[in-house]
Design a protein around this ligand. Structure first.
Ligand SMILES: C[S@@+](CC[C@H](N)C(=O)[O-])C[C@H]1O[C@@H](n2cnc3c(N)ncnc32)[C@H](O)[C@@H]1O
Length: 205
């Protein structure tokens, strides 16, 4: 791992993901988490203040990047809820089948190299009546914006730790067998190629 990925990128991720427009999106999905919760790509722990502690039993925070996991642990120490940390990738979740009532994933499906495999793993660890609460940026509906997303993506991905601007988020869930009854979308304020957001609750059909 290079100096950029180890020392610069975690701070950059924490900084860009802390902006108020993104926090407003977190507030729309994370408080709906209940029971045993798995957060995929917990990053620096920016969702932790948004959990309703009387609704969640344990939060399992999965994160492959050790520097980000350390930041999440520091944030987690400020919150009165049991948290277990796991250094692992979403494509290979080292946890039991049907363990979770809720999976939370925010601004992470864009960065997971094998998104379909990760979604299959989420299906495996989710209880049959469980929910995946998600908020992601992805492919914009406007052809002009999408054109820019496609053009810039190779450079963006290199600088952004594997983040893709142009993933078709609902299709990824649906192709993996999830149903999204309440999909919501909008451009959050900011640079449009990075700001088309999808959020909602995905359930197993
Ligand atoms: C933009 S950050 C978002 C972090 C956090 N979810 C948030 O909302 O602030 C993308 C996250 O995806 C994580 N990530 C990348 N590849 C992953 C993988 N294969 N499995 C799980 N997480 C991954 C990164 O380490 C990083 O924490």
């Amino acid at each position: 791992m290079g100096i950029y990925s180890k020392y610069v990128l975690p701070k950059l991720i924490n900084c860009t993901c802390s902006v108020s427009t993104v926090s407003k999106q977190r507030a729309k999905v994370v408080p709906l988490a209940k029971g045993e919760v798995l957060e995929i790509g917990i990053g620096s722990g920016l969702n932790l203040p948004f959990y309703q502690k009387d609704q969640v039993d344990t939060i399992w925070g999965l994160e492959p990047q050790s520097e980000l996991l350390l930041m999440a642990k520091e944030e987690g120490a400020k919150h009165d809820v049991p948290i277990q940390y796991i250094q692992a990738s979403a494509e290979d979740i080292p946890l039991d089948n049907q363990q979770f009532d809720t999976i939370v994933i925010t601004y992470t499906l864009c960065s997971i190299p094998a998104a379909r495999k990760a979604l299959e793993e989420m299906k495996r660890v989710l209880k049959p009546n469980g929910q995946v609460l998600f908020c992601e940026h992805g492919a914009a509906p406007d052809p002009a914006v999408l054109k820019w997303q496609n053009r810039i993506n190779p450079l963006w991905k290199r600088l952004g730790g594997g983040c893709n601007l142009n993933r078709r988020i609902p299709e990824l869930f649906q192709d993996a067998g999830f149903h999204i009854p309440d999909l919501q979308t909008m451009y959050i304020p900011g640079w449009r190629p990075a700001c088309f957001n999808y959020w909602g609750k995905a359930t197993l059909k």
